[in-house]
Design a protein around this ligand. Structure first.
Ligand code: SF4
Length: 648
């Protein structure tokens, strides 16, 4: 049956009218009166599921210590001895040191989802729960560790050339210790003495590397560790073990204890590239690596190729505090990353050397506008030091005064605080500046800084100097050299080079100066070393220039910093007043261990049987950095201090 639209509406109206006529109203049933809906809800069992999930019968605090070095203190909640979850502990304000210094609540919160889920890895199916041996390696030891150098085909038999294709066998702790000992004993024996050297040469190692073995087969063992601060005993224990291998050498070669050699230590910080190599060039310290709580004082935070939000997770809250406290944030990076989205402005640059060019352009703008503090530059930087323009080497006092004797600074801070040695003193020498008042060269030592630097040293111009051999040479302060060098780095040119907008380069230079003028600290945070920058030496210096010019060094919230958390290692460094530091554990004399717990360990108890080695040479194969010169000769750029031994 078909029904028209008109008839349909009419019938609906009729039905409605009928309902109204009998007084029944479909919406008019009595509403329920419920004072507390949760109290009345018929079935609340489901809540128990959630309550149960959060129930615990115990808890403990622990330190999360992966490679990221943040070392967050977390609290784990357990039930029946099993961790259910981990959370921030929110108790940093209760931390203090032996001197009574106390952290603040501002340190909270710390942690990240990786730390909070650590228990999944602890209990997960892929956790290694006991020692395993590669099957082929085990077979090799079971067969008496035959020399692979004498019988290269054995490398295939025992899968030394196909380790990824081999399988693993589970062994007990006692077994694995025995296997390792047998392996070490055999390798040390195989590569000791003239016979060992012959084998290494036959294997194709360069003679200069074989010479570095110095007859001790233990020196073909290499030991590397993760960041030691993650657990000194666990991580640095491997270096102690390397030192102890002098006992093995003593046993294998039969040499007297004082001639016995241990293994070789791979550096744990520099080779991965975390070390900013240009920073020692700037200030003589290994790195300017600070705790991020200091950032809280900054009023201008400049991140250069650094992502403090996504890569330094528990530290990113300091940036929130900077914003709350009125600081400006600036980000220089190729990508519009996390920090960019939180910054006042983002200077987008092309990957490569672009950020370096931006920093140089900023420096040029500051110099062109006299936006710098001359007194700070004179007292605390190398900007006034004179350089010869003929050789581009520093002018030395001996160049202008034949009988010059190095100043006696043996009672000064270089010796007394920084531990300078006589040998280093000779190498570093003294320096020259141009005394603008006396209009002649003046001499100074490395201790003439701050208030001890009273010379009105020139920061601009060129000067003629008479050398002891009668020759006249032109000299100029380092800052003048920058003025000339940076002529190429005007913001338009740098904008073309880097892709950074010229007006933002200009704005950054102005912000640095105006923040400084307002009496506020400026900090620049760069990525780490060569793991972030191919030209890290240049980059590190460039990132220092604006803060050197403006005196943004040595005060809270200021400076140019990398961050690898390595500063924590300084707590365990040796010092004349503190003793051997972590060395008392690593380099305890293997032949005369200190067994009396009441003895204070000193350097006299130490014996280094190991040498450091830089595994970055592996980047070009296990060989030295030797190149053929255009004249047909070869030259080895690997110096004696960095000469590797073959690795077995
Ligand atoms: S940031 Fe995360 S992974 Fe790193 S130490 Fe802290 S909790 Fe652990």
């Amino acid at each position: 049956m078909s029904i028209s639209r008109r008839n349909f509406l009419r019938s609906c109206a009729g039905g409605g009218g009928a309902l109204l006529a009998v007084g029944a109203q479909p919406w008019a049933f009595d509403p329920l009166q419920v004072d507390n809906p949760l109290g009345e809800y018929p079935n609340r069992d489901w809540e128990k599921v959630y309550l149960d999930q959060y129930q615990y019968d115990d808890s403990f605090t622990w330190i999360c210590a992966p490679n990221d070095t943040h070392m967050c203190r977390l609290r784990a909640f357990t039930r029946n001895g099993v961790i259910l979850r981990s959370e921030q502990n929110y108790d940093h304000d209760r931390y203090g040191d032996l001197y009574g210094n106390q952290a603040t609540k501002a340190w909270n919160p710390r942690g990240c989802p990786k730390g909070y889920t650590m228990q999944r890895r602890v209990y997960g199916p892929y956790r290694l729960k006991g020692p395993v041996l590669r099957q082929g390696w085990k077979n090799w030891v079971d067969d008496g560790c035959p020399s692979l150098s004498d019988n290269p085909e054995l490398r295939t038999k025992y899968k030394f050339d196909d380790r990824g294709g081999d399988s693993y066998v589970r062994v007990s702790w006692d077994q694995v210790s025995k296997y390792i000992a047998e392996g070490l004993h055999a390798i040390a024996g195989t590569y000791s003495g003239p016979a060992g050297a012959k084998r290494l040469l036959k294997d194709g190692y360069e003679p200069r590397m074989v010479d570095m073995v110095e007859g001790a087969g233990t020196r073909v063992f290499k030991f590397g560790s993760n960041l030691p601060i993650h657990g000194l005993v666990g991580k640095f224990g491997i270096y102690r073990f390397a030192n102890l291998l002098a006992l093995l050498d003593h046993h294998v070669r039969g040499v007297p204890a004082d001639q016995a050699r241990g293994g070789r230590d791979w550096s744990e910080y520099t080779w991965r590239g975390d070390q900013a190599p240009g920073q020692p060039f700037v200030h003589g310290l290994q790195a300017s690596d600070m705790d991020f709580n200091d950032m809280r004082f900054s009023k201008l935070v400049i991140q250069v190729g650094k992502n403090l939000i996504e890569n330094k997770m528990p530290e990113s809250h300091w940036l929130n505090e900077c914003m709350e406290r009125g600081a400006k944030l600036v980000d220089i990076a190729p990508e519009y990353n996390g920090p960019s989205s939180k910054s006042n402005y983002w200077i987008g640059v092309r990957p490569g050397l672009s950020d370096l060019a931006v920093l140089l352009s900023v420096t040029k703008i500051m110099l062109d506008n006299d936006w710098y503090k001359p007194d700070f530059c004179r007292q605390f930087t190398d900007f006034p030091l004179l350089v010869r323009t003929d050789s581009l080497e520093r002018l030395r006092p001996q160049d202008v005064q034949a009988d010059y004797q190095l100043r006696d600074i043996s009672a000064g801070p270089s010796y007394k605080v920084q531990g300078l040695t006589d040998e280093q003193r000779q190498k570093i020498g003294d320096f020259c500046v141009w005394d603008s008042d006396a209009n002649r060269v003046a001499f100074l030592s490395r201790d003439d800084v701050g208030e001890h630097m009273q010379i009105n040293a020139a920061l601009a111009g060129t000067f003629l100097v008479q050398l002891t051999d009668g020759k006249q040479v032109e000299v100029m302060p380092v800052l003048e050299m920058y003025r000339q060098h940076l002529k190429d780095y005007d913001e338009q040119t740098v904008s073309e080079m880097s892709g950074a907008p010229a007006e933002l380069i200009q704005r950054l230079a102005r912000d640095i100066w105006e923040t400084t003028q307002a009496g506020h600290p400026v900090s620049i945070h760069t990525g780490e070393g060569i793991n972030h920058y191919f030209h890290a030496t240049l980059h590190n210096r460039a990132s220092y220039l604006p803060v050197m010019l403006t005196g943004n060094i040595g005060q809270h919230g200021a400076g140019s910093h990398t961050w690898a958390g390595n500063y924590k290692g300084a707590l365990f460094q040796a010092a004349p007043w503190a003793g051997p530091g972590v060395g008392s554990y690593i380099h305890e004399d293997p032949f005369a261990p200190v067994l009396d717990e009441n003895i204070r360990i000193t350097h006299d108890h130490m014996r280094h049987t190991t040498d450091g080695e830089e595994p970055s040479y592996w980047a070009c194969g296990e060989k030295t950095q030797t190149v053929e010169l255009p004249n047909g000769q070869t030259r080895c750029f690997t110096g004696k201090t960095h000469m590797p031994t073959p690795t077995k």
